[in-house]
Design a protein around this ligand. Structure first.
Ligand code: ADP
Length: 539
């Protein structure tokens, strides 16, 4: 068969050619913008032509520091289509990490949202390779700034060539994008995505048994476009000609609910904390969510209560998925098999609360010291993954690459089980498992149960050192507004469902649980906070 390359370029070209009337609806600091794919396509070409004038060549890295909006979408296509590498930068990282990753990726140009400019102004003197800055605001003029040279995005688009041809010769294995992921120790690690990887990921993402993305969808990625390509949704949606709603900066639960209602969003994606917030908002406000056919949830474990909350209270299908930066990211997704749909609700929920089946195209296995685990849903081991959209190294980082990529597999550091149907359940991250008296306790399972309590908004379980048992679990709990619960109430609630030694030694009530840059519980900070709490108490 023919060996034509799979490229990101062909995605935007398809949208221009066959869906010129379909729309991208974008929320920025300047308000709501509605653009057709014809317009997005022309602006994308104009951006490529402008970057070419800056001397950007095949293989050069161009960084973006931006929220989810149409300009960021244009960069998603303009940069790879001209052969350069789209480096999406996580704007929530601490300054020292930002400096590191921009220098490590050797970004030549940075595209920056206006509200993020001050952050780059603070560090610009330490950036070693950046030759130009572009502000992605509404104006043709640039704000007063220390960044030099600084250009206006809209001015470049207006002056650019909207019929620029993508003539660069691309191999499908050429890099299209990159993203850094936070490491437990040391600096963030870079992952490079190839044109081929992104294309095959988009195909798998869109399959009916996966996210089932289609032209008729109104897709709204809430997961940031600076984190694993917003789970690939903008690539897939553009390719298929789906309408896109890009929710922009400060997308609070209220903003999200309003966008879903106004633009009749059908499919959306984000981390559990986003959906916990939206669920609360739906309880207070009066919104019409009837357009939604799927909420995709991943990034950390979706509590069963969250799935149930959306489905039974609001009739909104909720799909649990798993992946990581190294995997573009989709690896597994939880759906019932056709012969499982008549199971009692509790059993169906149990299956759908797991991370699910590996998507077509990838291989997974779970191994421990005895080899591959038994498919009994109990035997635990480390999850290993391989496939055409799985990274095979960290960018310019031989040492840490050798730790994670061995024998042709990505070693995820996630501890998982597999049941007889093949469903994977992530028990914990290796580093978050709690080892009590030589036995493992899953923090995730306890959290899941706690968040199933009506009065509990959020819960995270971490280990504290123990003289006899090495480690013991402690639960950190945020109550729903206006609810009062005691430690005893919570223990009594957990008791029937867990063996005694799994029960937390203590319950600490908090106003807020510290979160990572992408909204996951920051277990490391929490562990330190809790340990401090105990040492203060002792003194
Ligand atoms: P970071 O490592 O910076 O948090 P990633 O987004 O790459 O960034 O995180 C991937 C990790 O998130 C996985 O290795 C896993 O531990 C966790 N994760 C992702 N999805 C799920 C899920 N559905 N359930 C439980 N854990 C998940």
């Amino acid at each position: 068969m023919m060996n034509t390359p799979l490229t990101v370029t062909s995605m935007i070209e398809r949208a221009e050619k066959y869906f010129p009337k379909k729309e991208v609806i974008s929320r920025t600091l300047g308000g709501i913008h509605r653009l057709t794919y014809k317009e997005v396509g022309e602006r994308t070409r104009a951006l490529s032509s402008a970057l070419e004038k800056f001397g950007i060549e095949k293989g050069d890295r161009v960084g973006t520091l931006a929220w989810n909006h149409h300009r960021h979408l244009e960069a998603y296509f303009a940069i790879p289509s001209m052969g350069a590498v789209l480096h999406t930068i996580n704007i929530r990282l601490p300054e020292e990490h930002l400096i590191h990753i921009i220098n490590h990726a050797e970004d030549k140009v940075l595209l920056i949202d206006p509200d993020i400019l001050p952050m780059i102004e603070k560090i610009h003197q330490e950036l070693e390779t950046v030759e130009a800055f572009i502000v992605m605001g509404e104006d043709y003029f640039v704000p007063k700034s220390e960044l030099d040279p600084l250009y206006s995005y809209e001015h470049l688009i207006a002056e650019g060539n909207s019929s620029y041809e993508y003539t660069v010769e691309l191999d499908e294995n050429d890099p299209a994008g990159m993203c850094y992921t936070s490491a437990t120790t040391g600096k963030p690690k870079g992952v490079v995505y190839s044109h081929r990887g992104i294309t095959l990921h988009s195909m798998a993402f869109s399959m009916v048994d996966t996210a089932g993305l289609s032209e008729s969808d109104v897709a709204m990625p809430v997961v940031p476009m600076f984190h694993v390509n917003a789970w690939g949704m903008p690539f897939g949606a553009t390719w298929l000609g789906s309408t896109q709603v890009l929710p922009g900066p400060m997308a609070t639960p209220k903003v999200l609910a309003e966008l879903i209602e106004t633009y009749k969003v059908t499919a959306t994606a984000g981390v559990p904390t986003i959906w916990l917030g939206l669920l609360n908002e739906l309880d207070t406000g009066n919104y019409d969510m009837s357009s939604l056919r799927a909420i995709l949830c991943g990034g950390s474990a979706a509590p069963k209560a969250l799935i149930q909350g959306f489905e039974s209270k609001h009739g909104i299908p909720f799909i649990h998925a798993y992946g990581m930066t190294e995997t573009t990211p989709l690896v597994t997704l939880a759906r019932l098999k056709s012969y499982q749909t008549d199971l009692p609700e509790e059993e169906r929920l149990k299956i759908r609360g797991k991370q699910g089946l590996v998507v077509p195209g990838l291989d997974v296995k779970i191994v421990n010291e005895n080899g591959e685990v038994n498919r009994d849903g109990e035997d635990m081991g480390e999850l290993l993954i391989r496939g055409p959209w799985i990274a095979d190294e960290y960018y310019k980082d031989e040492e840490r690459s050798a730790e994670s990529f061995r024998d042709g597999w990505l070693h995820t550091g996630d501890v998982a089980t597999m049941d007889e149907e093949g469903n994977i359940e992530i028990v914990d991250r290796t580093k978050d498992l709690i080892k009590s008296g030589g036995e493992w306790i899953s923090s995730v399972e306890l959290e899941n149960a706690l968040m199933g309590h009506e009065g509990i908004f959020e819960a995270a379980v971490v280990s504290v050192p123990h003289p006899k048992w090495q480690e013991r679990p402690v639960a950190c709990v945020v109550l729903q507004d206006g609810i009062e619960l005691t430690k005893e109430d919570i223990m009594a609630y957990l008791e029937p469902n867990f063996v005694k030694w799994w029960l937390p030694d203590d319950v600490i009530f908090m106003d807020d649980i510290p979160k990572t840059s992408v909204g996951k519980f920051l277990k490391r900070a929490l562990r330190e906070q809790i340990r401090e709490h105990y040492s203060v108490e002792k003194n």
